[in-house]
Write a protein that binds this ligand. Sequence first.
Ligand SMILES: Cc1cc2nc3c(=O)[nH]c(=O)nc-3n(C[C@H](O)[C@H](O)[C@H](O)COP(=O)(O)OP(=O)(O)OC[C@H]3O[C@@H](n4cnc5c(N)ncnc54)[C@H](O)[C@@H]3O)c2cc1C
Length: 491
Amino acid sequence: MADGAGTRAVVLGGSMAGLLAARVLSERFTEVLLVDRDRLTGVATYRPGVPHGRHAHGLVARGHQILEEHFPGLTGNLVAAGVRPGDFNGDIRWLFNGRRIAPSHSGLGCVPATRPVLENQVRLRVQAIPNVRFVEGHDVLGLETTADRSRVTGARVQRHDGGAPAETLDADLVLDTTGRGSRTPLWLEELGYGRPEEERIKIDLAYTTRHYRLRADPFGGDLAIIPAATPRTPRGAFFFPISGGEGLVELSLTGILGDHPPTDPDGFLDFARSLPIPDIHESIKDAEPLDDPVTFKYPASVRRHYERLADFPSGLLVMGDAVCTFNPVYAQGMTVSALGSLVLRRHLERGTEPDARAFFRDLSREIDSPWELAAGSDLGYAGVRGKRSAKVRFVNAYVARLQDAAVNDPTLANAFIRVAGLVDPPASLMLPRHVVRVLRGSRRSPAAHGNHDSSPSAPTERPFDASLPSRVPPGGHRRPEPETGRDPLAR
Ligand SMILES: Cc1cc2nc3c(=O)[nH]c(=O)nc-3n(C[C@H](O)[C@H](O)[C@H](O)COP(=O)(O)OP(=O)(O)OC[C@H]3O[C@@H](n4cnc5c(N)ncnc54)[C@H](O)[C@@H]3O)c2cc1C
């Protein structure tokens, strides 16, 4: 590292986790090489190495905070690229079981960009770091180690077009961010370390996505309409305006346990019609499709427990989806990569080479909450196999009641959005002041299947106006109760 232990870090994989890692490594290493099989620079559209990038990618609030910390002014860059920022609760129409939770100003930012737009803006900022170099269009073939295999000394790479012999990139630290297909488990086995234990939650999920030019504006100033998938209403959607022209939208439909949104246009429309709210189908049925529906299948969430390995070579770390991938409907992956970059920074700040076991232990602690949220919620679906502890059953029942109560309670809506945004820990929902509201509120606001209150409900015939200001003033339509002091509903 620049402060003593070495000079070059090589990052394998230049997607979100790799870019964030490179940002942090650049603070400590003289040189950081970022290797990817795709061409990266100048690419502002979908690329083959990230096929999931064609589908809706929301950056939840904690991820937005960390990205802005790594790249001050990034929100402004995104706005300049045509993205309209807003409030993570007040400006997004979150619907659970067909009903909108109370919109109110949460004070948490959001930037609803498509994945290629977000990644491109982050990449432009990383490209501007003088000691980061992109090694594009190169496949990673394997690791180089010392003769006794105790230390990784670099990576073997080859031009993706095969037009040159393989070469070795020497490194003081190699960081694998090649995503869920990472070959580190295999490489470790070949080196005699054994594979990390894997936890898998099979969900057989699929996203199918299509882009449209709408004729009327269904958003009424909101930044997105998100009927979230829940065990009661397992079909979900992400529907939001995108940059590039008036009326352009991205629509990702999601279906779990083999109930996949079809790719034929009629089937896609039918699936949209079956959502618990009519707004989305009403908007797209007469809209101009801009492409064919494209699907992405996601069989299982996978967590690799590197922290449980008894031994690990020095000079190697792993981050991002290569360690853990989550059911994407909870929109956690990029933010967990961002949290991983903070763990990496803390370990680099010690001024010595990061200790792999300590790094993975800390990374695992960051993953615990989002994994618990995602895997626990998935176990709420009767068809998802896995052990349902009493805690999982209790939390799922409680969260369902909380979502019902949050329809009329901005305080609860914000508390929930802060947890979903990975800003507050899940345990915060169990604070006595929230429990009281949930118990009272869910009695007043029982689950109503088929209640299509997505306010505003039907698409308006209003023409598009990209300059519409946020509809929710700071403090919200219905101002949330203060977070401190006596609960006003408590007797
Ligand atoms: C359908 C879907 C929707 C999602 N929606 C959201 C969302 O709303 N919000 C959210 O936060 N997250 C979402 N995610 C998760 C998110 O995409 C990832 O968590 C995030 O991209 C971080 O991934 P990564 O950088 O670790 O890996 P990836 O994005 O998978 O990138 C891996 C990179 O490594 C490169 N690579 C791989 N193998 C090699 C090799 N051998 N040689 C050279 N290069 C290689 C690839 O080209 C690629 O650039 C979603 C995922 C899916 C599947």
